[in-house]
Structures are given as structure tokens and as C-alpha cells.
Ligand binder design. Sequence first.
Ligand code: NAD
Length: 232
Amino acid sequence: MTTVITGGSRGIGAATARRLVRDGHRVVISYRQAADEARALEEELGVLAVQADTADENDVARLFDAAGDDITGVVNNAGITSPSGPLAELRTEDLRRVVDVNVIGAFFVAREAARRMTSGSIVNVSSGAATLGSPGEYVHYAATKAAVDALTIGLGKELAPRGIRVNCVQPGTIRTDIHRLSGQPDRPDRVASRIPLGRPGEADEIANAIAWLLSEEASYTTGTILRVAGGM
Ligand code: NAD
């Protein structure tokens, strides 16, 4: 039972790795740049960490080669937000990079999973922004995550006859480094009052949902988009 987690070196991916190791999975994580964090996780959890940019199809193929033949789970998690700001102020190269990582990268990972898996479960990580829009900050990012939702719906139907389930988690505002990287480290606290449960989420709370969707307890759930966003 091998599960591949892209962007597993920190944040939601690392929390998912911790949870899945506890659940008995053999876990392979990918990371892009954070080699120190990835090595630390390798030591802590006994996972395998592979440097691979999900926006590069050769890197993605190499990641799946390293994971081996027994892949039953894929967490398609790697994603970026930055930069943030009104669409009118964003640069072409930044828009292309967000699409490259969040959409094309998600396609490459899902395609590799579809080629190699014979059964099991794929969980894509989208965002509540896909439905809520994130005006003034991340409409470009929100649109890329809407693509991930659509990928989930279509691929869920496409792979169902092969016994492979495909679902998606839409996190709300979760305390991770992604906010610091997009220049808004205070964002989780700033938006807390708009969240019905009154606080940002923790990475573990997303990992719990991902672990359930990967598990046999979700055996009749496919093509589903599960929002985990404190009521947003
Ligand atoms: P994070 O920045 O803490 O971690 C992102 C991970 O993705 C890191 O391991 C990083 O190395 C990896 N990564 C980034 N670009 C990559 C690439 N091109 N190739 C391979 N790996 C790459 O972020 P996070 O908050 O843990 O986000 C994880 C996912 O959850 C993302 O898809 C993000 O869009 C989504 N999400 C996060 C939030 C939130 O509030 N934190 C909300 C909604 C959705």
C-alpha cells in the first residue's frame, strides 16, 4: 500500500504524510526546493522523499518510478498561490507559473496515476477559493483550483470502471507557510472573523479528510468535492 503525496515536505502534505504513516501506508513524498524539510521528514517518518517539480512531466514520471509498482494512493497536493493581488496588477509570467503548477502539474500527476494504478484512490487538493472566488487576492489561483475540481468530476467517472476512485478536498484558510510565501503571513488571523467556526484550520484537519477519502471507509465515494473550511 504505497501512497504518493506531492508537495509533501511541509504544510498540508506533511501533515498528510504523518497521518498516513500512522495508518500503515508506505509513503513517498515529493518536494520542489525544500530539501532540508524533506530530509527531516524522511528521518522522522521513514518516508521516501523525491525532488520533483510537478510542472515537469519527466520529474513526475521519475517520482512515480521511485514509488514502485504498488501505488494504491495518490495525493495530488502540490500548489502555489503567489503572487497575490488584483488581477489587473499581476504579471503574465506569474499567471503562467500558477497555471503551470496548479493545473498542468495536477494533470501530469493525475495522468501518471491513471497510467500506473490498477486500483485505489486519488485525492486532489483544490481550494474553497474555487467556489468563493477570492476577489482582490487570488482570482487567478481560484480559477486554477476550479480546474482541479472539474478534473476530479471527469476523472472520477473515467476511472470508476477500473476501480480507481477520484475525489477532491477543498481546504478553507489553513495555517501553513503558503500565506507567508504569498506575502500575507497574517492572512489566517485576518480572515478568522469571517469563518463561521471562528478560526483558521490546521493542516491536520485537512489530512484527516484526505485520509478518509483514501481509505476503504470511502469505498462508495468518487467524483466528490469535499469542502473542509470551517463553514465557509
Ligand atoms: P505549503 O506552501 O506549505 O506547501 C506546498 C508544498 O507544495 C510544499 O511541499 C512545496 O515544496 C510543494 N510545491 C510547490 N510547488 C511545487 C512544484 N512545482 N512541484 C512540487 N512541489 C511543489 O502549502 P499548503 O498550504 O500546505 O498547500 C498545499 C495545497 O493546499 C496546495 O495545493 C494549496 O493550494 C492548497 N490549499 C491551501 C490552503 C491554505 O490555506 N493553506 C487553502 C486552500 C488550498
